[in-house]
Design a protein around this ligand. Structure first.
Ligand code: G6P
Length: 457
């Protein structure tokens, strides 16, 4: 890796610890795109990875300073659970996430009251705690790579405490446009932008998000910080190894049995409002309604797993997903055919098996920082599957000319796009499928990491 020592800072770490019956700590690889993307590049190096303690095991590990586990040097940071919950649930996920993804129904929410201001203080304190650990432990002149909206204030604090460090902030989300950003009280919005601007550079997956951030800064700070654009990529070797695993082969057999000779539409997502799962089902139902030739001839596999259930919006969304699937299956299903197969288990080899078996991928988010599934699918697929992709995903920048556009709010347009894609026979789609696969593998996670280190200077 680079000449400078490297410190990675993120909310979710590369490893989580569990306390075994014996009382020993057992490490397990963490969840999430960041770990699967750059984990293999960082494992086995001298880089230190600082992350929030989320489990009891993590909190125990935090007492031991830097712990070596699964090839990582992990520094787990224990934070008071109430304070952490206010920062993570209230500020990060119910506010910043909603703003960046345009999820508010503004007639009702948000409301910035006294309770919110307390949560904002918790967010500041969590950021300060992270910055403190980095300031105490980072080697001289290290490159500190801060990941995502949970930790926007870290670079600003480090600039005071450790001017020798070179800090980068990387956003894995979109960035709100100025009109949306103005929803945040002015002092808080400016504080957050100042915090991000306190890093030596701010990175984004798409030029659109970098420009939106620059526009917010120009308006509220009167200056534009250094930005760069660098999209994360799927690791073909990493996901290829899962695709070649016995667990994936078993799951593929089960799916072959389930789908038979029908066409298979697949989506793999967290149960997340911005992923637009409900409109995807509405489009599928519209397909069954208006294109009767597909009744009993297609299965929609929705490999969607629960996420952020500390927030009522996510719980309600999950319930709605389950209700809609039940209703569509009851209305259209026949004795030998279940129109939608809903799998909420977060079984990664099974999801990869679905990506291998798919004929059509549906990736229709309302707004998405990148969306790695759109490239993972083509990388592992065995059948030259076609990709229906929302232009509102950051990955549209690199896949847009080899994918088929689906407008995220246009339900009947999405149904038509599904019908068009399903009508293309396997031989006829070979060129399109192969172009997708080639493009999906054109960039590597190492490119992304190198570009962050370049940005650190
Ligand atoms: C997005 C965010 C990540 C986050 C992931 C899962 O991809 O950009 O920072 O880790 O969602 O969400 P969670 O809140 O469960 O970490």
């Amino acid at each position: 890796m680079a000449q400078r020592p490297v410190v990675i800072v993120s909310n979710r770490g590369p490893v989580t610890f569990q306390v075994a019956d014996s009382g020993d700590l057992v490490a397990k690889r963490g969840a999430g795109g960041l770990v699967s993307g750059i984990g293999p590049l960082v494992a086995g190096t001298d880089a230190t990875w600082v992350a929030a303690a989320m489990s009891d095991g993590d909190r125990r590990a935090s007492e031991q300073g830097v712990v070596e586990a699964e090839g990582f040097r992990v520094r787990s940071l224990a934070i008071d659970p109430d304070q952490y919950r206010m920062a993570y649930d209230v500020v990060c996920n119910a506010t910043l996430w909603f703003l960046h993804h345009g999820l508010y129904d503004l007639a009702r929410r948000p409301r910035f009251d006294t309770r919110f201001r307390e949560a904002w203080q918790a967010y500041r304190d969590v950021n300060a705690a992270f910055a403190e650990v980095v300031a105490d432990d980072a080697p001289d002149g290290a490159a500190v790579l801060v990941q995502d909206y949970h930790l926007a204030l870290v670079g600003g604090i480090l600039a005071q405490r450790r001017p020798d460090l070179r800090t980068v902030h990387f956003s894995h989300t979109p960035f709100a446009n100025p009109d949306t950003w103005r929803v945040l009280p002015t002092d808080l919005g400016a504080e957050l932008l100042e915090g991000m601007a306190g890093h030596h550079a701010c990175g984004f997956h798409s030029r659109r998000w970098a420009d939106a951030f620059a526009a917010c800064c120009a308006e509220q700070l009167g200056r534009t910080p250094t930005t760069f654009v660098s999209a994360l990529a799927s690791d073909p070797d990493d996901i290829g190894a899962v695709a070649a695993s016995p667990a994936c082969a078993t799951a593929l057999d089960e799916l072959d049995h389930l789908v038979g000779d029908r066409a298979f539409v697949v989506r793999v997502d967290r149960i997340e409002l911005s992923k637009n799962i409900l409109r995807g089902f509405a489009a599928y139902e519209d397909l069954l309604e208006r294109y009767p030739q597909w009744r009993e001839r297609v299965v929609f596999g929705a490999f969607v797993y629960p996420s952020r259930e500390g927030l009522p919006e996510y719980l309600a969304y999950r319930q709605e997903v389950e209700t809609v699937v039940r209703r569509i299956n009851e209305r259209w299903g026949t004795p030998g055919w279940e129109p939608i197969v809903l799998d909420p288990t977060d079984d990664f080899p099974r999801s990869v098996a679905a990506l291998r078996r798919a004929d059509v991928f549906l990736v229709n988010p309302i707004r998405d920082g990148l969306n790695l599934v759109a490239s993972e699918g083509p990388l592992v697929n065995d059948r030259d599957a076609l990709l229906l992709l929302s232009p509102e995903a950051g990955i549209w920048d690199s896949l847009g000319d080899v994918a088929r556009a689906v407008h995220p709010y246009d339900v009947s347009g999405t149904a038509d796009a599904l019908a068009d894609a399903l009508a293309v026979g396997r031989a006829a789609r070979a060129d399109e499928g192969r172009a997708l696969k080639a493009r999906a593998g054109a960039r590597r996670p190492a490119d992304w990491l190198d570009e962050q280190l370049d940005a650190a200077g």
